[in-house]
Design a protein around this ligand. Structure first.
Ligand SMILES: NC(=O)c1ccc[n+]([C@@H]2O[C@H](COP(=O)([O-])OP(=O)(O)OC[C@H]3O[C@@H](n4cnc5c(N)ncnc54)[C@H](OP(=O)(O)O)[C@@H]3O)[C@@H](O)[C@H]2O)c1
Length: 280
């Protein structure tokens, strides 16, 4: 905060909110210019700014929270120990939090990420009982071995082949929630989408296929933020980030890292000590 007309904020406060990449920006103290009407949040003692940016942020932790806690396709009911969940891009910003939220309930949680090295790191990090490395392991074989009972809920951040593979392993009445399609990014430009080829599993197994878009859940942001901050301060939830130090010119390098599987958790651009920005 470099200038303030509100008694709620002092010069020097570190605050965060949502918006495009900017160097200076006017923020309203009443939050009327923020999603969900949430006033700019201040740094919390004992919680690193990077953690707040990955967990208590609409496009990452709050997306995971709303998908898991509020969306009919992401919610699970007791008995939780009987529920098996699959999350793709499990080591990503959304996946890291979604996995932990399901694990906290007591579900069996399986993740998918690129390399075995990253999969081992994610298993050590927590939130996932098993992690499949899609570059070297066959998804169908691994899912047959790890979840012969089938999947109750599948949170898909990737689309394409991984969406198809997950769909082949759903239980009757299972639910698929499409949150993202990072595996289709190039195809969105070329127009050659892989698409959802296993859609006949939807009638064959009476699956429910849903979509999630954070913009439709803005009213839930204050509640989700409070719940996530509670879990963080109780030590029940943790985060990790990939931080690149640089300037605005390094933005493209951050985006490249996202598409080259070089990130673990949220990708953050730290602007030479002046503040933090998020690449997503
Ligand atoms: N619907 C919404 O409201 C909403 C909100 C936030 C985010 N999203 C979407 O949800 C997804 C997850 O978001 P995020 O911020 O958490 O991103 P992310 O998962 O952190 O994205 C980066 C990771 O994606 C994986 N990846 C990159 N290219 C891939 C490919 N071709 N195939 C498979 N995996 C690939 C890489 O991990 P690996 O090592 O696993 O390959 C990379 O480290 C994204 O698609 C994002 O656009 C949607």
């Amino acid at each position: 905060m470099v200038q303030s007309a509100s008694p709620a904020y002092a010069v020097g406060d570190k605050v965060w909110g949502m918006g495009p990449l900017f160097q200076y920006r006017d923020l309203r103290a009443d939050g009327a210019d923020q999603p969900g009407g949430m006033p700019p949040m201040k740094a919390m003692p004992g919680v690193p700014a990077e953690t707040l940016l990955s967990v208590v942020t609409a496009s990452a932790g709050i997306t995971a929270y709303c998908a898991v806690e509020h969306h009919p396709c992401g919610q699970v009911e007791a008995p939780f120990a009987d529920k098996t969940i699959l999350v793709t891009s499990a080591a990503g910003a959304v996946g890291l939090i979604a996995g932990q939220l399901y694990k906290l309930k007591g579900c069996k949680v399986i993740g998918v990420t690129s390399s075995r090295e990253k999969a081992d790191r994610l298993e050590r990090f927590g939130g996932y009982d098993h992690v499949i490395a899609y570059r070297t392991e066959n998804l169908d074989e691994r899912l047959n071995a790890l979840a012969p009972e089938g999947l109750d809920v599948f949170i898909d951040n990737v689309g394409a082949e991984q969406l198809d593979a997950g769909a082949r392993h759903m239980k009757i009445g299972g639910r698929i929630l499409s949150v993202g399609a990072i595996g289709e990014m190039d195809a969105m430009v070329s127009g050659k989408l892989h698409g959802f080829r296993e859609y006949l599993r939807v009638p064959a197994k009476e699956l429910t296929f849903g979509g999630f878009l954070m913009y439709n859940h803005f009213r839930r942001i204050p509640g989700a933020a409070a719940a996530l901050i509670g879990l963080l301060t109780e030590g029940k939830l943790k985060s990790e980030e990939t931080v690149l130090h640089g300037g605005f010119d390094d933005w493209a390098a951050c985006v490249d890292k996202l598409y080259d599987s070089q990130t673990f958790g949220r990708m953050i651009l730290a602007l030479d000590g002046n503040g933090l920005a998020i690449a997503s």
